[in-house]
Design a binder for this molecule. Sequence first.
Ligand SMILES: O=C1O[C@H](COP(=O)(O)O)[C@@H](O)[C@H](O)[C@H]1O
Length: 736
Amino acid sequence: MYEDTFTFYGAARAEADIGSPKLQEILQSSIKCNSCDDLKAEFIFHTTYHQLKIEEHYKTLCENMNSKHAQAGTTNDSTEDETVEFGRLFYLSIPPSAYSKTAELIDKYCRPQAPTWFRIIIEKPFGHDKKSSVELAEQLVKYFKDEEMFRIDHYLGKSIAKQILPFRFHNTKNYDHIWNRDHIEKIEIMMKEEVDVKGRVNFYDECGVIRDVMQNHLTELLVLVTMELPKNINNITEIQQRKLQLLQQVSPVKPKQVLLGQYASYQSELIASAASEHVASKTPTFAASLVNIDNARWKGVPILLVAGKKLHERASYIKITFKRQIVCFEDGDSWDNTKCSPYQQMLFNIGGGSIGIPAIVISQSLPYPTAVAEWTNSQQVDYFKQPGNSFNAFTAKTDIDAYSSLISEVYKNNKQYFVGTDQLLASWDIWTPLLNDLHNIPLQEYSGWDEDTDILKFQHAKNQLKFFTEKHKRFEATEIPSSNSDMQSIPATFRGRKLIVSPKSELIEKLADHILDIASRSIDSKGNFHLALSGGSSPIELMQHMAEHAQDFPWHKTHIWLVDERCLPLTQEHSNFYSIHTHLIKHIEIPYFNIHPMPVELNNGLCISNDNGNAMYEKTLNKETDGILDYILLGVGQDGHTASLFPNQPSLEMDDKGVALTQGGSNETSVNRMSLTFNTINNAKHVSVLIVGGHKHDILHKISNTDNQKLFPITGVSPDDGTMAWFVDTDAYLNH
Ligand SMILES: O=C1O[C@H](COP(=O)(O)O)[C@@H](O)[C@H](O)[C@H]1O
């Protein structure tokens, strides 16, 4: 019976005449249980609404609590032998900015006297990065003791999540010897959702998928499957220490280990619900992260965390794939599945997916588990559908909703299922560096639901993730140019490729950061970086910026190539090499043999076709890079030329060449040129086009909507497998 033992208070900032009926409506519609109408009615009867906006409201509410409490104390009819426990529990589901004041007022007016216990449940977000989370923890600790606080992550209350540790613990003999890098090929932790973010888009836009579910729910699941087992499964302190130890061994996630996506209608949902400054949001609604644990058990095992909204199904699970160490000789039909199944997997199904219910599914080729308490071997589950894949599946006898389960743990004062302060901060250590760098990671646009499942398929190799196909449209949401611009919004793409628009100096910084980012990824994956630079005036400021920040760039592993060259001596001021040397090369420490000027000057002649300088350059390029440059920086002339590929020139159709002799431009700077052709340009891993200055506005406008490559050669640039970005300054974009 609730009567005289429980009282429930619902509270919010709204006045009682709005909040009270709203609370009634919520209670009536959302409390669902079987044959419990009386209990539901009793619960609702004992629940009242209170406005909590100003200090006075807290005072009134808590006086009310105190008097109820006093009444309960005098009227309870327990015998002297019975000890009646009193407690006061607060559940705060409020924005982080409201925590400090709320905590202060609860502490001031609502803290009961001993022996009545006092506990506080806190809902995420617990900050938005390491720093803010430390600040929040510091504010809370002024008012509440650590043992009074229960940070709730409802994934820890899911029935499967609660079973993972006991399951591992009671199966130590069966699985612990294969629970490691020698036997496990990979671990996948998925949280796919069909829902979009409508209705909470403003909240969501501040956090995105990594803060919303990856730093907390998925990281918690990761810990449960990979932490060292405690010696005593009932020793909560030991369990919490083991969790912390694991979190401290997870390496911070790097940008190259992450793929991001945003569903296509996200931007319009945002615009419909918010102020215009929210357009062009870069908030990801999908993320895949490759996580590494730097310890003896897990080093080198790829652990994939994937989460997204508006996907084709709702499914949360942890899948562990074991390495296949048995070679089977039997015919397919006569496989003895218990020994020779081609599949060795273990799945903790949290919910949804083809199984639908929480379940533990284990290939029969793995040892049969023992002691799965309260769980039964179930025929209900139809999971590994491939022939030859038999399995044992265990489902829970009862499945209690995660929040109810956790709240009852708070009553029991059981801290095991809650997030400790140290664990929280360690988890932010894993994700914060990435979150600071998120704006540099391109977003893959996906349609959502069933329409486009292929576009999010990805692969992992060499500690890096890549979308399976990058041919689909990718975009990076643009920056809004600074304050007094007359633009309301700028599209995220230009000619189907990502567009970055900023005032010139910011733009140059962004471009330099982008080059550095790609250089670092390239050096991480293959040990070098091949960069091709254009001549002309546009890149001068970029080169000066790079020279000034030379110490930040891995020049010793970088090769510099020329996009094009004028047929002039390299010491002549109009030579592109001369300019690149003057503004960059002479200021940096780069190995001499990593500099590749174009051989325009051979045998005392300039670009004599019999000298085959272009073929020589192509040969060196092929030898050093297989014809695939890592990064090409292009510009655009007012006539639409790029590199030294000029309108209506035969060089535009040189299908068989990677480097060509071309013609164009003015006499003053030589009409004879050497240039990379479209073959080489479109073979590159990344191409950026830099367009600066109001005088480039017209050409930008012209090429926005044409594919006439003969007339506007720049429109022929579209890397086959690589990425491309347009870096445009606000003067060129807005015609200033
Ligand atoms: O905490 C959150 O979780 C829900 C998903 O929870 P589930 O129990 O339905 O799997 C998610 O939709 C929401 O964005 C996130 O804040």
